[in-house]
Design a binder for this molecule. Structure first.
Ligand code: LLP
Length: 432
């Protein structure tokens, strides 16, 4: 994160807090959250995207503290489950500033969203439209709706996180006519208020070309339905997906810059199609919280493994792994890391940082040059772990999930505490 540096001892300091002290007080591993960095990235989107709305995508990482920061910085919040809704409401979020996603929201989730007065519900299927009509009718309310459409774009990212090609579960296809039909139906239902169209093409995207194609197709649909059906849609959401650099090899593109470009694209396309420019919104998650967090681990063992042809690899085992960061195993993601507890003059050697879980795919950092004298007790920090790490963490092997510790101006504050073994046993009905 922006506010991290090595101090005179060669130890990592984040937000003015020495990670050695943080680990002494709160144990290891720990997610270290740089508050000023998070806020600055949120603000950069808000300012780069002037006049538009920015919804922070809570799926990247959410807790009540984050909800408050997001609201304080003037952003809205994208939630995608009853659980995320509960966190947002508990934090005192203004429900009108919430957007509710999901391809299979339950009746209870939709009912809670309506009862809470959530600002927009992004519908994803005909079944969901039916459910929402029923629920709104029962309550005598009008549900504010956006329609998730599939723009048919091949986003250049990992298959599991691309979402706008045709053969996947999300949205109404523009090409097949399903999106048109959904617009017509929502538009006619007195229980629903049609706010606009929603497109999310995928995640960890670096160039604006995918967004541009998607915006073109979505605005073409927008123009067609306003022409043929007289539909008036005041809003348009182009989703999230702004990529971040995980290693020094990655493109360090400026996501706020990308957002600014998107605003221009929308204005241009609307003019070309002769429709009023709707209020545009985006939903960045990763680009706001990803770089704001690093995970600090303690080294437990170091092992030299012989490879073919006399080569060898150093395996450095740390006290976490795929339970606190599944991304390497799931997406073949690349991370980097650094020795965080001291200065070392030793020659750098190629190492692989692995976790403590019972499978060989439990890799934290595939390849990194670390000083050759790394020993048990050293701290290793992995930057860029703010997004989809704590939020996708598990208790695999009954390992308690690490805390999230916010640092700022030399102060630290636990915002999510470490799980205990008692927490793990609490649901076990056979435990005494
Ligand atoms: N809006 C919608 C409708 C989404 O589905 C997502 C992400 C976002 C916004 C935020 O995308 P972001 O700006 O964070 O890329 N677990 C995967 C990423 C899955 C993304 C799911 N949807 C990963 O670790 O890379």
């Amino acid at each position: 994160s922006t506010n991290s540096k090595k101090n005179a001892d060669g130890a990592l300091e984040v937000g003015g807090v020495d990670v050695r002290e943080l680990v002494e007080q709160h144990g290891s591993p720990a997610y270290v959250l740089d508050e000023a960095d998070f806020r600055a990235r949120a603000r950069a989107f808000k300012e780069g995207f002037k006049g538009f709305d920015v919804y922070y995508a809570g799926k990247a990482f959410l807790c009540t503290t984050i909800v408050r920061w997001v609201m304080e910085e003037g952003l809205n919040l994208d939630i995608c489950s009853g659980g995320e809704l509960a966190v947002a409401l508990r934090a005192g979020a203004d429900p009108r500033r919430l957007g509710f996603h999901g391809n299979n929201k339950s009746e209870q989730e939709l009912a809670r969203a309506l009862d809470a007065g959530v600002g927009r519900i992004i519908v994803d299927s005909q079944y969901e439209i039916s459910r929402l009509i029923e629920l709104a009718k029962e309550r005598g309310v009008v549900a504010p709706v956006m329609i998730r459409v599939t723009a048919g774009v091949e986003a250049h990212t990992h298959e599991y996180i691309a979402t706008a090609h045709e053969d996947q579960k999300f949205g109404f296809s523009i090409t097949s006519g399903a999106a048109y039909d959904a617009v017509a139906r929502v538009n006619e239902a007195p229980e629903l208020e049609l706010l606009g169209l929603h497109s999310h093409i995928g995640s960890q995207i670096f160039d604006s070309s995918g967004f541009e194609v998607a915006a073109k197709r979505v605005i073409a649909l927008h123009a067609r339905v306003s022409d043929e059906l007289g539909v008036d849609m005041p809003e348009l959401d182009l989703g999230g997906g702004f990529g971040i650099a995980y290693t020094t090899q990655d493109d360090p593109s400026d996501p706020a810059q990308l957002a600014t470009e998107m605003g221009k694209i929308v204005e241009h396309e609307c003019r070309a199609f002769g429709v009023d420019v709707p209020k545009v919104s985006i939903e960045p998650g990763r680009a706001i919280v990803g770089p704001a967090v690093c995970t600090v681990y303690t080294v437990g063992t170091v092992k030299e493994v012989e490879l073919d042809a006399g080569a060898s690899r150093t395996y450095i085992s740390v006290d976490g792994g795929m339970s606190d960061n599944i991304r390497t195993a799931l997406y073949d993601a690349d991370y980097s890391c650094t020795l965080a507890s001291r200065y070392s003059a030793a020659e750098p050697a190629l190492a692989r940082v692995v976790g403590k879980h019972c499978e060989s795919g439990d890799i934290v950092v595939k390849d990194e040059f670390l000083p050759s004298d790394v020993i048990p007790g050293d701290l290793v920090a992995v930057p860029g772990t703010g997004a989809y790490c704590r939020s996708m963490a598990s208790n695999y092997n009954h390992v308690p999930r690490p805390p999230v510790i916010a640092v700022n101006d030399g102060q630290l504050r636990v915002v999510v505490r470490r799980e205990t073994e008692e927490d793990l046993l609490r649901l076990d009905m056979g435990a005494e």
